[in-house]
Design a protein around this ligand. Structure first.
Ligand code: BES
Ligand code: MN
Ligand code: ZN
Length: 497
């Protein structure tokens, strides 16, 4: 999608989007065009079900008196209620409406938005962000899709007074959108394309943004004593990788924030094999790693003034003749031993070594991990919110605020001694599943906590939110890149100097 900003005068051709607020009140541009069409726009706004509600659109085709092929009236609702998320949603609606019109380009006339609280130039950038996010589509394997099914929109020009200001506001948003799209690409790819080696190669691409990328292979992981992650990997012909990505935009003396991701490129369950139905979903069991990689992409892309280290544990969980068996006992890098009672509880084994390594090497101020860890979090929260755990209330508050600001909501879950007791094992320091069926996301979190070495830590169980079965306001169904925007905002609001 080509996004440009230009001064307010419309070219007059093609598809023009103009704004109308609640009660069919035409914005300044809409009103000016309406006069030239002898009231055609006002009549169109009054004719049908359109009322100017936020997100409504009506297309006025070939209006007499204008050169424009089509004028798109876009409802904004109450102008005063337009926050960043609502502006983004307007951009997304324009994207959909432009494609419905089979337009290749759209000009969006951003006037003072009828007195909205955001200055028009910044509002234009937010609207552009929503349009850009909504235009993403993973269609590279649809070789037979006919042209009439493909979206047409390829360019959007935002006409606004103060285009230079809009361009400045857009630059970081474009970097975030690049990060989001990068994540959506790697999460959408099937597991024959994205496996530990190829995902590590994708991480290497971040080097061109100034990220220092290191890839640890199996040999190095063995030297470091990462028995937990290696146990998961041993049933696969694919070599596991641990990737370290460092972005140093802060002061040299500042300790980094660490982001750690579960990157199980495919989760069959291993010998504790999953049922066939729906197993294909487990191609996105690397979405925690995907979010960390995309966040690093976004942070480096916008040159965030903070030191961030991203670590992802990449492994495929397969059941071959060399696979780990239920009951096996492995020794983690921390020295703690783990009885693997269920080989399908593999994400926590990956994080155990990845997190221990991260705190040991980088001495971070805090660790935030993201993982599609449990089905139990879907039982608790469904697909609307991710669950999270934190050992520090301030950290929890910061994550919650960032989540709300970007519309990637979180719900805090409890940690506690009684849950921790449930992963004690008579045979080893701990077992990798809780005693019974209940509280499965919590016992997963308690397990991970034992590898944080008391560093401030938060864990996001994102199993319910990384893949959308239905279209969402800002994105087409499929990979949501949940976490990229959240982490970016969390860093922006709390770690940048
Ligand atoms: N990757 C799965 C969790 C998952 C389930 C993600 C459904 C997305 C949708 C994880 O590795 C897993 O298998 N967890 C088990 C843990 C159990 C064996 C303690 C689960 O949730 O059933
Ligand atoms: Mn599993
Ligand atoms: Zn898994």
């Amino acid at each position: 999608m080509k996004i440009t900003f230009a001064e307010a005068k419309p070219s007059g051709k093609g598809l023009l989007a103009v704004f109308v607020s609640a009660g069919r009140k035409l914005g300044t541009t809409a009103a000016a065009l309406d006069r030239r069409t002898k009231g055609a726009l006002a009549r169109a706004a009054a004719g049908g079900s359109f009322s100017g509600k936020h997100g409504e659109t009506v297309a006025v085709v070939a209006p007499a008196g204008l050169e424009a092929a089509t004028v798109l009236l876009v409802g904004i609702g109450e102008a005063k209620a337009l926050d960043a998320l609502k502006l983004e949603a307007l951009g997304a609606r324009i994207c959909l409406a432009a494609n419905a019109q089979r337009a290749a380009a759209v000009e969006v006339m951003v006037d003072e938005l009828l007195g909205a609280k955001t200055p028009a130039a910044e509002a234009a950038a937010e609207i552009a962000f929503g349009l850009r996010l909504r235009s993403y589509r993973f269609d590279k394997y649809l070789t037979r899709e006919t042209a009439d099914k493909k979206p047409t929109l390829a360019a959007a020009t935002f006409r606004v007074a103060g285009a230079a200001t809009a361009r400045r506001a857009w630059a970081p948003l474009a970097a975030i959108a690049d990060g989001v799209d990068f994540t959506r690409d790697i999460v959408s790819e099937p597991a024959n394309v994205i496996y530990p080696g190829s995902l590590a190669d994708a991480c290497r691409k971040l080097a061109k943004l100034g990220v220092k990328v290191e890839v640890l292979g199996e040999k190095r992981m063995r030297e470091l004593g990462m028995g937990a992650i290696l146990g998961v990997a041993q049933g696969s012909v694919r070599e596991p990788k641990l990737v370290v990505m460092r972005w140093n935009g802060g002061r040299a003396s500042d300790k980094p924030l660490a982001l750690v991701g579960k990157g199980v490129t495919f989760d069959t369950g291993g010998i504790s094999i999953k049922p066939a139905a729906g197993m294909e979903d487990m191609k996105w069991d690397m979405a925690g790693a995907g979010a960390v990689i995309g966040a690093m992409h976004a942070l480096a892309g916008r040159k965030a003034r903070a030191n961030i280290v991203g670590v992802v544990g990449l492994v495929e969980n397969m059941p071959d003749g060399n696979a780990q068996r239920p009951g096996d006992i492995v020794r983690s890098m921390s020295g703690q031993t783990i009885e693997v009672l269920n080989t399908d509880a593999e994400g926590r084994l990956v994080l155990a070594d990845a997190i221990w390594y991260t705190q040991d090497r980088f001495k971070p101020t805090a660790i935030v991990d993201l993982a599609t860890l449990t089905g139990a979090i879907l039982v608790a929260l469904g697909r609307e919110m991710a669950g999270f755990y934190a050992t520090d209330d301030a950290l929890a508050g910061q994550l919650d605020a960032a989540a709300k600001a970007v519309g990637e909501p979180l719900w805090r879950m409890p940690l506690g001694e009684a849950y921790d007791r449930q992963i004690d094992s008579p045979a080893a320091d701990m077992k990798n599943i809780g005693g019974g069926r209940w509280g499965g996301s919590i016992t997963g979190a308690q397990f991970i906590k034992r590898f944080t070495n008391d560093v401030k830590w938060a864990h996001l169980d994102i199993a319910g939110v990384v893949w959308a079965e239905k279209d969402k306001p800002l994105m087409e169904k499929g990979a949501t890149a949940y976490g990229v925007r959240l982490l970016d905002r969390f860093v922006a609001d709390n770690y940048e100097r």
